[in-house]
Design a protein around this ligand. Structure first.
Ligand SMILES: [Zn+2]
Length: 242
């Protein structure tokens, strides 16, 4: 059993390595995800502005068409004025012309406002596109670096997994299960050394009686306070027995 626990301690080294690498990979993946989401959001901003621009352009065209039509109406009415001799009809026609003119002044103001707005939107789109191009080119570089880091991690983990299998094959299945449960519940430390009568997992004193049992009996002993599997190195045993 003692030999088995020593093998478990080796297994733990490999498992910590895998755990650390997996954590690094998760960090990288979440960083990738965050950045991609950020870039997507910027793309959607540009899309929304482009849609707004199209809508404003359409509005400008509509108002411009009305403006032109009204201008034609004024010309028509002026031609009619040349043919009318009745003063009252002339006055009525003049009023109509004045009304159209007034409406056209308002239309012109609205048109100018829309054009100013369109210029603003165009400038905004241009700035955002430039910003996005910058972010994307920087990101492309960084993403490649991160992806090759991830590939490196995958290789390291797969290599460690092979090593793990070799080591694990030397330990009984039920002891492995017990170890794995403690490993996951106790933050990646399932097997701990007892040094100077102290558990190196939680730094609590091991009762002398238990300490003697660990040395003498060939059983699995758990730390009374942190419930980890205890073991002691042969040199430590010698110290104690000497
Ligand atoms: Zn402990």
């Amino acid at each position: 059993m003692r030999a088995q626990i020593e093998v478990l301690a080796l297994l733990q080294l490999v498992d910590r390595e895998i755990r650390e690498q997996t954590g690094l990979k998760q960090g990288l993946l979440s960083e990738l995800q965050t950045k991609e989401t950020e870039i997507e959001a910027k793309k959607r901003e540009v899309e929304a502005l482009t849609a707004l621009l199209a809508e404003r352009e359409k509005l400008r065209q509509e108002k411009d068409r009305i403006f032109q039509d009204e201008g034609k109406k004024i010309m028509d009415k002026r031609m009619r004025m040349n043919r009318i001799k009745n003063i009252k009809e002339l006055q009525a026609l003049q009023r109509e012309i004045d009304q159209i003119k007034q409406r056209n002044i308002e239309l012109e103001e609205a048109l100018i406002q829309i054009m100013v707005e369109i210029d603003g939107i165009k400038g905004n789109i241009k700035a955002k596109e430039a910003e996005m191009a910058q972010i994307q080119s920087e990101w492309q570089q960084k993403r490649q670096e991160m992806q090759s880091q991830i590939s490196g991690i995958d290789r390291a983990v797969s290599e460690a997994a092979t090593r793990r299998q070799t080591i694990a094959s030397q330990v009984a299945g039920d002891l492995i299960s017990r170890y794995e449960l403690i490993f996951s519940r106790r933050g990646g430390t399932a097997v701990v050394e007892v040094a100077g009568g102290i558990c190196q997992g939680c730094y609590m004193n091991i009762p002398p009686q238990l300490w003697n049992e660990i040395i003498k009996s060939d059983k699995v002993h758990l730390c009374p306070s942190c419930q980890r599997i205890l073991y002691c190195r042969p040199s430590a045993e010698q110290e104690k027995t000497a």
